[in-house]
Structure formats: C-alpha cells, structure tokens
Design a protein around this ligand. Sequence first.
Ligand code: NDP
Length: 242
Amino acid sequence: MKYALVTGGSRGIGRAICVKLAEMGYHVLINYKSNIDEARKTLDLVAGKGSTGELIKFDVTNNEEIEVTLNKWMENNKDKYIEVLVNNAGIRKDVLLIWMENEHWHDVINTNLNGVFYITRKLLKDMLVNKYGRIVNVVSLSGIKGLPGQVNYSAAKGGVIAATKALAQEIGKKKVTVNAVAPGFIKTDMTSDLNESELKNMIPLNRFGLPEEVAEVVGFLASEKSSYVTGEVISVNGGLYT
Ligand code: NDP
C-alpha cells in the first residue's frame, strides 16, 4: 500500500484529488480543518473507488499541531511513509490593498504559504531517505498574473510558485519532484460568490472548470509517469491566461 496526504481534502478541489489518488491505488490521508462531515463524505468516495483512507485533522497554519499529529501517525506506521503530498488547503480574503487589514494579510499568507512550508518540511525527509516522492502544490492563476483585490492571495501563491522552483533544485538528485498546478476559476465553495455567467465570457473555454479537471493534472504529477517533470507550474484555467 502506498500513502498520500492531501491538505484540505474535505471539500472542493482537495476532495477530487483524494478521489483521483484513491483511483490510482493510494491510501489517502484526508486532512481537514474543521468540517468533519464533509471530510467523511470524501472518505466514503475514496472507499467507493475500492481504496482506503483516513481522516487527519490539523490546521495547516499551526506548526505544533502538524508536528504532534504527523509524529503520532509516523509512530503508528513505522514501516510506511507518505510518498505523495498535495498541498491544497487554501483560503481567500479579497479586499483592495488600501482597505486591507493585518488579519486579511496574515490569515491568507499563513494558510496558503506558511502551511506549505510546515508540512513539506515535515514529510520531505522520508521522501529523500526513500529516494522517491511527489509534492504537488495547488497554487492559482492569481499567483502567476496577479489579480486586483487579491494582493495577499497573489503574494501567497506567487511565494509558493517560487518555493516550488527553488525546492525542485534542492531535491531532484534524490528523485523527489515538486510541481505546482495553477487553477483558474473552478466550481467550488471558494468561488460560489462569483458570477459564472458574467465571468465565463473572458474564458476561452467559456465556462468554469470542475474540481475533477484539476485533479487529473495533479494525478499525473503525483504519478511515476511525471518522472522528468519538476519545478513546473501547470495551468488548468480554460485558456484564461498562460
Ligand atoms: P474550498 O474553499 O472549496 O475548500 C477549502 C479546503 O481547504 C477545505 O477542505 C478546508 O477544510 C481546507 N482548509 C482551509 N483552511 C485550512 C487550514 N487552515 N487547515 C487545513 N485545511 C484548511 O477551496 P477550493 O477547493 O476551491 O480550493 C482548493 C485550493 O485550490 C486552494 O489552495 C485554492 O487557493 C486553490 N484554488 C482554487 C480556485 C477555485 O477557483 N476554486 C482557483 C485557484 C486556486 P474545511 O472543510 O475543514 O474547512
């Protein structure tokens, strides 16, 4: 049995990624912050694919909680290691910079950027020791292009993109790869406040994407088939911007 961890696996894109990894034969550790009912639904979907999984609750902004929770998992699973990590958990708190409060900035940076650092550092050692690992960071069009009202979010996602490129150079020799997937507008809770019928006019494929369409690309990067791809950012945005 091979092991994968998906942060923010309880809903949206993270859920679709858990299902994809289950389809690929992984035992999936489904991380969530607070929404246990939705996390359980993801676990049911994983089981529906004939694979296994477990819920693993921690807040990606809380390094101590991450350490305690993952140390416990490692202690109980001594002969195993997590070979696929998908850093997917994320939040938006959109506001023009001129009105942005410290909390808007720090919450978004802590979740989208610092969380990636804490968890990746924690799981990287076993991947290096085992000379195999796949890290996939879910970033955003906002981190490539920059979007107004999202200076905090663009900075966080842009930071993850730069970190992905730097880390790829540190770990390539150990056959561990790290890549990023940058979605555009995807139908999830995060975008439920946006008007698709208006916004779709600027998307060449003329619609919002589905979480499963992002999960397909993550699945490829998480697989052995992507063995010569590292430090890359792949957009999944219906042609909106590349
Ligand atoms: P959703 O809002 O639908 O789901 C967010 C997920 O992240 C939930 O599982 C939530 O857990 C989890 N989460 C949030 N904060 C934390 C935290 N502090 N610790 C642990 N888990 C946390 O988001 P999406 O599925 O839309 O987004 C997934 C990723 O894709 C994010 O990184 C987002 O930035 C990115 N993205 C999304 C786009 C879109 O159009 N939807 C576009 C571009 C990028 P819980 O259920 O417990 O609250």
